[in-house]
Design a protein around this ligand. Structure first.
Ligand code: UDP
Ligand code: MG
Length: 318
């Protein structure tokens, strides 16, 4: 009999000391029939006992491996490091907080065995989610769809299965700001979608602060489209047209009517309007320029300080 293919589970974790033991036990129960698998946890620079919990878990169970970042590099970087270091024929990524039900994993693997390369999940509308998270998530996906040509669905999450060939293709992306959800949708391959019912976060609070959500949204949009830059050209045209019409109106008033042209108010209004638009446009250009600057430096996207693997001690990202 052929040995079963190795399956990797990749889990980014930032301050998840309470969730990890529960998660690992539930995963082990689900993965029992598959025999050949590994659980790779990426500690994203946690400041609680996560690292200690991980070293305990990896000593107790040989299927558990971990990488520890030297500081908090963010969820996307942790996922990326997981994809880079996973050894399986297919890689399943999920959150550490049990919001992505481990019980869905057999469905994902069954789809993979049917021949799909990317099996992504979309969460059903979630009653546990706060009003704020629901609205911001929906707004983000609509904006991203409008700004770029990506067809990401509302509620697309980083809970997915990727075949080895997709992982190898992903490793060829050298950009620092890699927006995985968009990149994977963009890459093609045989894709398949699975719906799931999200659970409530098991323990702790969300690790996605508003700042981190904003950063993810900006990164998603600026990695996939330069359309906002064209906005400045459009605005420039619109403003010039407005100025021409306004100028004609002023000339008409001066030469063909008795009314005196009112000066002060309209000038100040126009100055504020034009100034505001200029700031927005320069800001947009600045964001892209800053991004170019960050990419040109070619820094490693993340730095690993410890791992459970003896042969790798300090490894920088790909
Ligand atoms: N996470 C991470 N680094 C961060 C923030 C979050 O690795 O800087 C991990 C976190 O531990 C969890 C996953 O990313 O496994 C999703 O985060 P969270 O559940 O806090 O986000 P939410 O579900 O609230 O959007
Ligand atoms: Mg969560």
């Amino acid at each position: 009999m052929r040995a079963p293919e190795k399956i990797s589970l990749v889990i980014p974790a930032y301050n998840e000391e309470e969730n990890l033991p529960v998660l690992v036990h539930r995963l082990m129960a689900v993965m029992e029939p598959y025999r050949n698998y590994e659980i790779l946890i990426i500690d994203d620079g946690s400041t609680d006992q996560t690292q200690f919990v991980l070293s305990q878990l990896s000593q107790a169970y040989p299927v558990v491996r971990y990488l520890s970042f030297s500081r908090n590099f963010g969820h996307q970087m942790a996922l990326r490091a997981g994809y880079e270091h996973a050894r399986g024929e297919c890689v399943i990524s999920l959150d550490a907080d049990l919001q992505h039900p481990p019980e869905l994993i057999p469905t994902l693997i069954a789809k993979w065995r049917e021949g799909y390369d990317v099996i992504y999940t979309v969460r059903r509308p979630d009653p546990n989610l706060s009003w704020f998270k629901r609205k911001t998530s929906k707004g983000f996906y609509s904006l991203l769809r409008a700004a770029s040509d990506l067809e990401l669905e509302d509620g697309a999450a980083d809970f997915r299965l990727l075949d080895r060939k997709v992982i190898d293709a992903l490793k060829q992306f050298k950009e620092n700001d890699l927006f995985l959800r968009g990149t994977i949708s963009w890459m093609g391959f045989r894709q398949c979608r699975v719906l799931y019912e999200p659970a409530a976060r098991y323990a702790g609070r969300t690790k996605y602060s508003v700042g981190k959500m904003l950063r993810l949204a900006t990164m998603g949009i600026t990695s996939f489209t330069t359309r906002p830059l064209y906005l400045s050209v459009l605005l420039g045209f619109a403003m010039s047209l407005f100025a021409c019409l306004f100028g004609m109106e002023v000339l008409y008033e001066k030469y063909f009517t008795n009314a005196t042209v009112s000066g002060w108010t309209s000038i100040i209004l126009l100055m504020v309007l034009i100034g505001g638009i200029q700031f927005i446009v320069i800001g947009i250009i600045g964001v892209y320029l800053g991004k170019t600057f960050m990419e040109v430096k070619q820094r490693p996207p993340y730095i690993i300080a410890h791992t459970s693997d003896i042969e790798e001690t300090v490894v920088a990202g790909w």
